[in-house]
Design a protein around this ligand. Structure first.
Ligand SMILES: [Ca+2]
Length: 195
């Protein structure tokens, strides 16, 4: 009888371990959240103007160990490049957490846009963008959630099987050219309906 119990236990163990293996192999299909970057390091980030500063901020964050902080003063852009790309087919939303200093000043910018690309080479081709999306931004942290279907495709459009670049662009107005705005970003991700 003891031998039978041992055999049954081994069979059960084998079944459990094969289930775990199968689950791991197909985890991508079941993910509700695909983190693009946790913003805990500056890997992949840069800004389009040497006069601006970019840094890791370990004190102000919404996820993990840090956020990415930058100062926007002359209308440059924050970029995140991921040459390997992310396959976001099956995901509905593009989300991130955004910290802003002065929502009124920010909203008065003549133009600003959030763009994702399927290449890392320029700001024109293979892109999907949201130009001045209607976000109810408050001072401090905001949860930004963009429906991927609501973005505008341009110059070949986004290939959702390979998303390789993110750009946060603000065009500064003459009325506040001399002022500095601080931004922080954290937890850049793609999500499905359930989140
Ligand atoms: Ca983080």
């Amino acid at each position: 009888m003891k031998n039978v119990v041992v055999v049954v236990s081994c069979v059960l163990l084998a079944l459990v371990s094969s289930c775990v293996t199968a689950g791991g192999a197909s985890a991508g299909d079941d993910l509700d959240v695909l983190v693009w970057t946790d913003c805990d390091t500056l890997n992949g980030f840069h800004i389009g103007d040497d006069r601006l500063t970019i840094a890791i901020d370990r004190d102000e964050k919404t996820q993990g160990a840090a956020s990415v902080r930058w100062n926007e003063a002359v209308g440059a852009s924050l970029f995140f490049n991921d040459p390997r790309g992310k396959d976001v087919r099956g995901f509905r939303y593009f989300e991130f957490d955004l910290w802003i200093e002065d929502p009124g000043l920010f909203q008065s910018a003549p133009d600003w846009a959030i763009t994702i690309f399927s290449q890392t080479n320029d700001n024109t081709n293979n892109r999907r963008y949201w130009q001045k999306p209607n976000l109810d931004l408050q001072a401090g942290w905001n949860s930004v959630k963009l429906d991927l279907d609501s973005g505008i495709d341009s110059n070949g459009g986004l290939n959702p099987s390979a998303v390789r670049r993110f750009r946060f662009f603000v065009l500064r107005g003459a009325n506040y050219m001399d002022s500095q705005m601080t931004f922080r970003i954290d937890n850049i991700r793609f999500t499905k309906e359930s989140e």
